[in-house]
Structure formats: C-alpha cells, structure tokens
Ligand binder design. Structure first.
Ligand code: AMP
Ligand code: GLY
Length: 426
C-alpha cells in the first residue's frame, strides 16, 4: 500500500518514519514534508500544500491511506473532501475538528455535556473582557478563539498581563490567530493548578483505543518559565497518569466527548487529544482538545509503539479498534526540541544545521522546521528539530537525548535543559 502523510513538522516526520517500518507499506509520501523527510531514503516529499491539488495527486498515485498530522487541513475539511472522492483517510471531519479550532465551541461543548473544565466566559468586546478580569482578579487565563499553533494562550499572573493579552488578541492580533466566523473572540478562564498530561486516543467512529500517555513542556524556558510555545519537549509514559487517573480520564473526559459529539450529530473519527490538568488528589480538568496527535508528544509516543502503525490506522479506518491491541515498548522515550532564535515569535530561519548524527533505533532526530538548500540542511521554522531517545528510565532517556543533541548546532538555537524533570526523582 502507498500511504500519504500530510504535514511538515516533527510529528509528521515521526509518523512517516514509523509507517515506513511496516512491511505492508510500499511507499510513504509526505506532503509537503521537511528537510529530514526529504533526505530519508524511505520517504518521498510531495511539494503540494493545497488540499484539492493533494486529493487529485492522491487519486492519480493510487494512495491507499492518508494520515493528516496538523490541525489546519483538518479544520479546512480535508477529511470530508478525501472521503467524498472515495479516498481512505484518517482524521476528524471539519465539523468534528471544531473541538480544536474553536475554543468557544469546545468550552460550550464541555459545559453542555458535563465534561470537567475550568469555569469560563467568552467575549468579543474588549471593554467587557477588561471588566471581567478586573472582577475576577489574577492569576487568570486568556485564550484566543482560533488556531494559533499553541501560542494563543496567556496565563496571566497579574492583571496587567491579562489586560495586555485581551488587547493583543481582540484588537491587534499580533499572534496572527486564524479567527473563526464573527471575528476576534477570547475565552477567559479560571486559572487551574496541578500537573499537566497529554491524553491521546484513536477513535474509529465507534470504538476508542488509548495511546501511551505523555507529558509536554509548553513553556519556552527551564522550570516552566517564559511564554507558551507549541511544546519544547515531551516524554512517554507520564507517571502522573496513574491507572486511576487513566480510568478517570476515559470515563469523565474521553467517552463523554465522543458520546456528546454523537448526540450533537457529529461522528468522531481520528486522533483525539485531551490536555488534562491533574490536581494532587487525582481530579481532572480538561484544558483543551486537539483533534490530532500532539507535537512533540508524537515523537516519543511513536518511538515506543511496537505495533505495525499501518495496521493500527487500517483498523482505525474500518471500525476495527475494538479487537486491536496496541503494543508498547516498556522503555521511556524522551524528546528535546531545538528551536530557532526568537521562537515563539516569528523565528529566524536559514541557518545551517551542523553535526546531525546518524539515525539509530534508540536515538532519532526528527526534523520539523528544516529545509535542504544546496545539499545543506538549514533551519526553516520555529521548532527545528526534536531529538528523541529511548532508554530504561526517564533519567537515562534524558541523558541519551541531550547527548545526541550535543553534537548538533545552528546559530541562536534555543533548547530547554530540563525536559522530563517532573518524572525524575532526585
Ligand atoms: P491550551 O492551548 O488551552 O492547552 O493552553 C496552553 C497551555 O496554557 C496549557 O498547556 C497550560 O499550560 C496553560 N493553561 C491553559 N489553560 C489553563 C488554565 N485554565 N489554568 C492554568 N494553565 C492553563
Ligand atoms: N504539544 C502540544 C500540542 O501538540 O498541542
């Protein structure tokens, strides 16, 4: 079977790398891919980003299965379109993808279906939003409604930060959020404390299969300081997700979400990612939904997947997940992101990347914002690489990931030095 992975990030590199290991896969194409998927001899980049042109290309090339990595094409309806043309594709429809593409939609959805989440209000009017945060006080969280690549959230520790966030989200849009119909909106919500985990499942429209657990590091700087990013590193499994928390997440969040979508007339297929906040008593609140796998969580998760990824996706596109057992490597995988200078603001690009090591079974450099220029790999985006290693403990996986990263350099790169710290007992 020929398969197509849509996207160009580290997540898509990991997906394509894993799919290429399946003996049933004849060729893996990545559209548009990046410098890393381009130089991998098992993968072929397809320089198409327009969804309609890609569908025509998939029809012409006999693509048997398409897997979509990022949210933007899902929110744009690529799944609806491919299916309407008889193509097999794994992901949520445009209607289902609203769980991610609109914070206002997902918060109202959670409220309606009794899914635990932070108390919130939605605003289009800046004056009313300012008055609301004055009334509630800080800390408080301000979220742009619309896709913002994980950057449209400000956890305001002071009222001044909250007011500033409201102005730049509602008035200036300096983050370049893709607004939903009706223009700029913000969701303002209660600040939650606890430890976060990324809880991801596959849904085939009827059955749900949980993926291995993971934890992301959303802040730019060590010790969870600095601005929110798309994610600076991740590891799997996440010890904060105990068996009890796992059961609770399925019972209180995942299953009511799938059932709630069904009740609202939307059949959910695809990955579903619930960002959870877990308090010290093991109680859960949902921070957000994503309608895709996480980036960088996918990189460590797929390094631990022992099942044939093509078989997983074939089961997931044939309502066969009820009889499918996912197998995981017992070891820990940990991925460290190397980001470009200035990220999460518009990054500096075009810097030569040196010292890239050879791929190994237990140490992989997944590319994200990279491109090839005259035989040289250069930076081409905010998050540039995710160096991911597999070892017997979090500490060892951390050491191996940082050791692998130590040979790599490009001008001005940013890298956290503490990925996995919450799982390492000192
Ligand atoms: P989101 O995209 O909604 O998951 O928000 C991005 C990040 O902001 C989350 O991973 C949290 O670290 C933080 N965050 C979001 N909502 C809250 C909240 N209500 N309380 C505390 N932190 C939050
Ligand atoms: N790493 C967080 C996300 O993919 O949304």
């Amino acid at each position: 079977m020929k398969v197509l992975v849509v996207g160009s990030g580290g997540r898509e590199h990991a997906m394509a790398w894993k799919l290429a290991q399946s003996p049933k896969v004849q060729q893996v194409y990545v559209a548009p891919g990046n410098g890393g998927t381009g130089k991998d001899k098992n993968l072929v980049n397809v320089p198409i980003t327009d969804a309609v042109a890609l569908r025509e290309w998939a029809l012409d090339h006999g693509i048997g299965l398409t897997l979509v990595g990022p949210e933007a094409p899902l929110a744009g309806g690529i799944v609806d379109d491919f299916r309407a043309h008889g193509l097999r594709i794994f992901g949520p429809t445009k209607a289902a993808a609203q769980l991610e593409s609109s914070k206002a939609f997902s918060k109202a959805f959670m409220h309606r279906h009794g899914i635990p989440t932070a108390a919130f209000e939605t605003f289009t009017d800046a004056a009313m939003a300012h008055a609301y945060v004055e009334r509630l006080g800080a800390p408080i969280v301000v979220k742009a409604d619309g896709l913002a690549a994980g950057k449209g959230v400000v956890v305001a520790m002071t009222l001044a930060q909250a007011h500033e966030a409201i102005d730049f989200m509602l008035l200036d849009n300096t983050l370049g959020v893709a607004h939903n119909a009706g223009g700029a909106r913000v969701v303002i919500e209660e600040f939650l404390q606890g430890e976060e985990a990324s809880f991801m499942v596959l849904c085939d429209g009827k059955n749900v299969a949980a993926l291995a657990t993971s934890q992301d590091h959303k802040r730019l700087l060590d010790g969870d300081e600095g601005p929110n990013t798309g994610g600076m590193g991740a590891y799997s499994p996440a010890p904060v997700v105990t068996a009890e928390v796992h059961a609770r997440a399925m019972r209180e969040v995942i299953l009511p979400t799938i059932r709630g979508m069904d009740k609202d007339g939307i059949n959910y297929t695809g990955f579903l990612y619930a960002g959870l906040m877990i308090d010290p008593l093991g109680r859960i609140k949902t921070l957000e939904f994503n309608c895709r796998m996480g980036d960088p969580e996918t990189q460590p998760i797929l390094m631990r997947l022992k099942s044939d990824f093509l078989d997983v996706l074939l089961a997931a596109t044939a309502q066969g997940l009820d009889t499918f057992e996912l197998e995981w490597d017992r070891r820990v995988a940990l991925g460290v992101v190397m980001a470009a200078a200035n990220y999460p603001l518009p990054p500096r690009t075009g810097d030569a990347i040196t010292g890239l090591p050879k791929d190994q079974d237990d140490a992989m450099v997944f590319h994200a914002g990279t491109a090839e220029q005259a035989g040289q790999i250069v930076s081409a985006g905010g998050r540039v690489l995710c160096v991911t290693a597999l070892a017997d403990s979090v500490k060892q996986a951390q050491q191996k990931a940082y050791q692998t990263a130590s040979s790599i350099a490009f001008d001005g790169f940013q890298m956290r030095r503490d990925i996995g710290f919450r799982a390492i007992k000192t």
